[in-house]
Design a protein around this ligand. Structure first.
Ligand SMILES: Nc1nc2c(ncn2[C@@H]2O[C@H](COP(=O)(O)OP(=O)(O)OP(=O)(O)O)[C@@H](O)[C@H]2O)c(=O)[nH]1
Ligand SMILES: [Mg+2]
Length: 781
């Protein structure tokens, strides 16, 4: 749930501009009786949901606004109908800025600036190449023209919108309408339902023609009230059929919000009658904002902000349940209608946080209406729908090929990474660690007494020794594995039975972070894991954003490595998660056979879920080591998804120069009888001196992918290194022939906290610069 600022901000963060979707899209949802017939001939506007970069994006569901027949176009005079869309947008922009001035909001106001920005983006999307320059000029000029027109009062402002109000009886719907018009236009009653029929109440506020459709209040949900509520809603539906509203307001009392959970049943009924789409256009309005705040768990009254957040979250939660979608975010407005409500120096009613609520109310309605009109004018549409996603986004063939071409590390029979193992074994130097002179570990107080330079030298020495010690450990581990294998071979050969080894000691895995709302009655140790020597590892997966927020564990992660037969090992790794909506699986099963004569063969099955589909890949690989420095691999695969099968083949070769430099190349193709994608890569990798103990390496890769006569060349680099003890850095970047690319710099430090300050300073500078730029843009306008 969001405040006005957050709402518009989130619209921008979600990379969307303004988008349109028919509210009749609601008939995709559980509504049999032609759910949105009222809305069927209107175009609705979502203030955010037009994805710029990814038209298929389904991740954002902000406010959607209904634009009715009385919307922009019907207000336009005949000559306006002749204007081209960009001219209409300019006119709308000018009107918007004129009203903003009347509401005494500066164009610098965040909400206003964002709406202008979104209008500009939307125009850019629709503008043809030749119109691009014009679009920029127009958005700059609008502010100036608005100021001139306001000064002269000409032409007369022509702006209107219609608002539908819904909510339980006595929540203050009619009182709010009266407050907005500053007159007693609707009947209110403190003791009994006051509005007994649907009534349209119109008036002028700040030069805008506003018309409210006041409706009889719904009764608190119960079996006896269900029928009456349904009748009211159906009659509202009939009323707005011919002339749908621009905005819907759902009212609730801030002071009574936590009493019972009847709201959910009401929201469900509203969804049933109007369709889920109605919530796209709904602003939540909380009346009685000056009521006494309830006590918090510590016995003191809650702060206004935290109480408001709690209430709005609850309401938003009910809406999510009603529409079966947790991504929708409705804007929220706070209202206080009491005649003795506190006022500011200008006599405007204010909220406990000092905000003038009426101007916020009008501003948000204005923004929603304007963005809706932009959608109508530019005919922006989107394909976003509420509820669980039904669309299947299947991976493309080039995408499948590039993941097939990626090198897979082969896990050998003793569970180790063969590449790293080879590197360790080739390290024939004597163990340097054993030759080191003994060192005395200092106590904390002794360490404190050292000078700065001595401290540094001492820590560097420890670090050096730690590296050597880890190297030695890894080598010993690898030697032990080889010996036990050799031993096993020998003993099997002699008496057919392997030696009885002491079972490895169980090691406790580090504790997992548990959600803050974790039930204190459930002991934490339930989720503790022991790592035993039996090569099984199963861990629950914590997903704090999962369906079950209280427990947060929706999945399980499994890793198994087991020796099936002599020289044959099988491994399964995977993660499974299941909640009420989704089932996800990512798994890799591989069986590896190491031929004593040299080659290694592997077969495997990968299963991966993609939306509601599963992608299967059966693969097989053969690997031969020629001499010590050259490894050749070839692989085939069959991938099956969406009822189609693709066959893939690849060849890989890698040559090591010395211990640290490695060149690899791969080439392959994937496709079926009708189409195929081809690709390949060349890679050079330089490993750090202490690999694999310290994961330092640099690599440069060139790739080429060709599909349907379209070839994309790409280059990338990745380097991971240690700047100093305790400070690591990773820099990566890529660029392709379509001029798309990215650079990523990551650093982590346990020593230099000041690095975080750099980040804070750079972010602040970037924000300030944007603000200055924006102000300049508006000033020139
Ligand atoms: N203190 C306070 N009282 C309010 C507020 N809003 C409404 N009221 C009072 O609540 C009572 C009911 O308000 P109405 O506007 O009639 O409520 P309604 O939602 O229109 O009710 P129906 O017409 O029955 O659907 C009136 O006495 C209002 O004065 C508010 O924000 N603060
Ligand atoms: Mg009323």
């Amino acid at each position: 749930m969001m405040g006005v600022k957050d709402w518009v901000l989130s619209q921008l963060v979600s990379k969307s501009v303004v988008s349109t979707s028919q509210l009749s899209a609601g008939d995709r949802f559980s509504n049999n009786e032609s759910p949105n017939e009222e809305f069927s001939n209107r175009v609705s506007a979502d203030t955010s949901r037009l994805p710029i970069s990814n038209p298929e994006s389904q991740s954002d569901y902000p406010l959607e606004q209904v634009v009715g027949e009385n919307s922009f176009e019907s207000h336009c005079r005949i000559d306006e109908k002749l204007l081209d869309p960009l001219a209409k947008i300019e006119r709308l922009q000018i009107n918007f800025l004129r009203i903003v001035r009347r509401l005494r909001q500066s164009p610098d106001n965040l909400v206003v600036a964002k709406v202008l920005y979104r209008m500009h983006l939307a125009s850019l999307i629709r503008a043809g190449e030749s119109d691009l320059k014009r679009t920029n000029l127009r958005s700059d000029r609008a502010g100036k023209i608005a100021a001139e027109q306001e000064a002269s009062g000409l032409p007369e402002l022509d702006f209107s919108f219609r608002v539908l109000v819904l909510g339980k009886t006595g929540v203050g719907k009619s009182a709010t309408i009266n407050s907005i018009f500053n007159q007693s236009k609707a009947i209110t009653d403190a003791f009994q339902p006051a509005t007994d029929r649907i009534e349209e109440i119109g008036g002028m506020v700040n030069g805008m023609k506003i018309s409210f459709i006041d409706t009889p209040g719904l009764l608190p949900s119960s079996t006896s009230s269900f029928r009456r509520n349904r009748t009211i809603l159906c009659s509202v539906k009939r009323f707005i059929k011919k002339s749908p509203p621009d905005i819907v307001l759902y009212f609730e009392r801030l002071d009574l919000i936590n009493v019972g959970c009847g709201d959910f049943a009401l929201m469900k009924l509203i969804t049933e009658v109007f369709g889920s789409g109605i919530w796209f256009n709904t602003i939540l309005v909380m009346t009685h904002s000056f009521s006494a705040l309830p006590d918090g768990p510590n016995g003191y009254p809650l702060s206004y902000e935290s109480y408001v957040t709690q209430c709005t979250d609850l309401l938003q939660h009910y809406i999510h349940q009603a529409v079966s979608d947790s991504k929708l975010e409705n804007p929220v407005l706070f209202v206080e209608n009491h005649p003795h409500c506190k006022t500011d120096v200008t006599g405007e009613k204010i909220l406990p946080n000092g905000q003038v609520w009426k101007s916020q109310f009008l501003l948000l309605c204005l923004c929603a209406k304007v963005l809706g009109d932009v959608n109508t004018i530019l005919k922006l549409r989107d394909s976003i729908e509420l509820g669980p996603s039904n669309t299947t986004r299947l991976p493309s063939l080039p995408h499948l090929l590039s993941s097939f071409l990626r090198h897979r590390t082969v896990v050998g029979p003793s569970g180790e990474d063969t590449d790293a193992n080879v590197m360790l074994c080739s390290d024939i130097e004597e163990d340097e660690y054993d030759q080191l002179p003994p060192i005395r570990i200092l106590t904390k107080s002794e360490f404190e007494k050292l000078s700065k330079l001595q401290k540094k030298e001492y820590l560097d020495e420890l670090d050096y020794r730690e590296t050597l010690y880890m190297k030695k450990q890894l080598k010993e581990e690898s030697r032990r594995r080889r010996e036990s294998k050799f031993h096993k071979d020998g003993s099997l050969g002699a008496d057919g039975s392997s030696d009885n080894q002491e079972p490895a000691e169980a090691v406790q895995m580090p504790d997992m972070a548990v959600p803050p709302s974790f039930d204190s009655d459930c002991p934490l140790h339930r989720y503790r894991c022991l790592l035993t020597g039996d090569q099984w590892l199963a861990r629950p997966v914590l997903d704090p954003h999962g369906w079950d927020h209280d427990v947060g564990f929706d999945g399980v992660n499994l890793e198994i490595v087991t020796e099936l037969k002599h020289n044959m090992v099988a491994s399964v790794t995977g993660q499974l998660s299941k909640d009420k909506q989704d089932f996800n699986i990512q798994s890799e099963c591989t069986a590896v056979y190491v031929d004593p004569k040299g080659p290694t063969y592997s077969v495997g099955l990968d299963i991966q879920s993609s939306a509601k589909n599963l992608i299967y890949m059966v693969r097989s690989n053969a690997k031969v080591r020629h001499f010590k420095c050259n490894v050749t691999e070839c692989g085939v695969s069959v991938t099956s998804f969406g009822g189609k099968n693709y066959i893939g083949a690849k060849i890989e070769d890698s040559v090591s120069v010395g211990k640290r430099l490695k060149f690899s190349m791969s080439a392959g193709s994937m496709g079926n009888f009708r189409q195929a994608a081809y690709g390949g890569s060349l890679e050079a990798t330089l490993r750090g001196r202490d690999y694999p103990v310290r994961n330092e390496s640099s690599s440069v890769t060139l790739t080429v992918l060709s599909f349907k006569k379209d070839t994309v060349l790409g280059g990338s680099f990745q380097t991971d290194f240690r700047l100093s003890r305790g400070t690591g850095m990773s820099v990566s970047g890529n660029l392709n022939s379509r001029k798309m690319g990215q650079v990523c710099v990551k650093t982590s430090s346990s020593d230099h906290v000041e690095i975080a300050l750099f980040a804070v300073v750079s972010i602040c500078r970037a924000l300030l610069r944007r603000r200055v730029n924006h102000r300049e843009t508006l000033e020139t306008g």
